[in-house]
Design a protein around this ligand. Structure first.
Ligand SMILES: [Zn+2]
Length: 199
């Protein structure tokens, strides 16, 4: 894969060319995939206040005048890794307590209210603006996806941590893409076996 394409992974390009998550869960998927530990630190789409602001603006998670500080970047990244840990736990069961603690703590200042429109449709909306509102929206999407059951299909790849949406019938997909991570993992197992048999 070319560098130009790698830089678009998780935003314009899905790892493995999988279809993206449905509805608003796509936004949470993009948030988790705003960085991947395989790539240079500077590629983090929310890695600095300016980059985070641009990303949040693009997703309409903050308003034009909203400020994003270094502390906001830190809590957004903390939230991202905690949600990634939850997505990885969708493969293996219970998430680490540290991850749920982070989300619990960050949600305390990021509150949601039930909004109702003229047709009677309700929606969870943040009660504050700025990064508090963005955090609330993201946690609200996590909640919604758990209600619809879609959440269990958003998985963190066992190897690279990319969040991918598992559309397989029995929810058995374990890697973001067999062509990237699945094969890498299988190759490693193959070389391990070969080394063992050569001894
Ligand atoms: Zn992967």
């Amino acid at each position: 894969m070319e560098v130009r394409d790698k830089r678009r992974l998780g935003e314009q390009i899905e790892p493995g060319g999988r279809p993206k998550a449905p509805g608003r869960l796509e936004l949470l998927q993009r948030f988790v995939n705003s960085y991947n530990h395989d790539f240079p630190r500077e590629w983090d789409r929310i890695g600095t206040p300016d980059r985070a602001k641009a990303w949040l603006r693009q997703k309409r998670l903050v308003a034009p005048g909203d400020r994003v500080s270094d502390a906001d970047v830190a809590r957004l990244r903390e939230l991202r890794e905690a949600i990634r840990a939850l997505a990885i736990a969708n493969q293996r069961g219970q998430p680490e307590a540290a991850a749920t603690d982070v989300i619990r703590t960050l949600s305390a200042t990021a509150q949601l209210g039930v909004a109702i429109d003229d047709t009677g449709r309700t929606a969870l909306e943040p009660t504050r603006g700025g990064v508090d509102g963005a955090v609330a929206t993201l946690v609200g999407i996590l909640h919604e996806a758990q209600l619809t059951g879609h959440w269990l299909r958003l998985k963190g790849c066992r190897r690279c941590g990319y969040a991918f949406f598992d559309r397989s019938k029995n929810r058995s997909a374990a890697w973001c893409a067999m062509s990237i991570c699945g094969n890498r993992t299988k190759n490693r197992a193959y070389y391990r076996r070969r080394r063992t048999s050569e001894r």
